[in-house]
Design a protein around this ligand. Structure first.
Ligand code: CTP
Length: 220
């Protein structure tokens, strides 16, 4: 393990889902558990990095002297916290499953079932990875994730270019044991210069170590 690379570095990590409120009792969310992002945060903290974990709603708990946790709920809250902390970070790792859209209007009272068909307009959330990727200065690295169901490599490469990331960690939903609901994950890492590294199915802490090794060995 190329341990020294991360020592003393300031690193922001997003993890978990975001919840987009519809009314006081309902939201739009997704199945992300946050386990991948929390595992990366913990591995980095053990390597003596200063970690800022911006976490969507999860059941996970984490306590480590090198981790500052900021709990957020919505994509907009996650976006604002990341913008606030990024300028003096060395590295950003965006593992959260951020909702791409949010309801256009929040109903401040519970929606009653008066209609046969209910329409909720959704508007686009800001893309945190895109924003940080395009804001990064020399010496800052931005790593994204991609969860794809088809044309995985091609879509991930396109995402890397569009969001100006230095690397994309690709999960395929076609791999058994990979994705949201498992303790394990199977990833490929695509670097900005085009190189692809493929890894076997492993538990999420071992995957976190592979990701960090790959960053230290190829992007340092
Ligand atoms: N991401 C983000 N902010 C968003 C949406 C996504 O930071 N509003 C980040 C995720 O944390 C992840 C990467 O972007 O690192 C991949 O997101 P994904 O939803 O797969 O990509 P999209 O650009 O939304 O493309 P699509 O959903 O069309 O595949």
């Amino acid at each position: 393990m190329t341990t020294d690379f991360f020592k003393g570095k300031k690193i922001v990590i997003t993890a978990g889902p975001t919840y987009e409120k519809i009314d006081p009792v309902r939201f739009i969310g997704n199945y992300s558990t946050g386990r991948m992002g929390y595992a990366i945060a913990e591995e980095l903290a053990n390597l003596e990095a200063n970690v800022i974990l911006v976490s969507g709603p999860t059941a996970l708990k984490i306590e480590h002297e090198n981790i500052q946790v900021h709990h957020v709920e919505s994509a907009l809250e996650m976006y604002h916290k990341c913008i606030e902390v990024f300028s003096d970070c060395n590295l950003a790792i965006m593992s959260a499953a951020v909702a791409d859209y949010r309801p256009e209007h929040y109903h401040d009272v519970k929606i009653k079932k008066n209609e046969e068909v209910l329409t909720i307009n959704l508007i686009k959330n800001p893309d945190i990875l895109y924003t940080l990727g395009h804001a990064k200065k020399a010496g800052q690295l931005v790593i994204g994730f991609a969860l794809e169901t088809h044309n995985e490599i091609e879509n991930a490469r396109e995402k890397l270019r569009r969001k100006n990331a230095d690397a994309i960690v690709l999960n395929s939903l076609n791999d058994p044991g990979a994705g949201f609901k498992h303790d394990t994950n199977k990833i490929s890492i695509i670097l900005e210069k085009g190189t692809i590294f493929e890894f076997p199915l492993k538990d999420k802490h071992a995957v976190a170590k592979d990701i960090l090794n790959c960053i230290a060995e190829n992007l340092a």
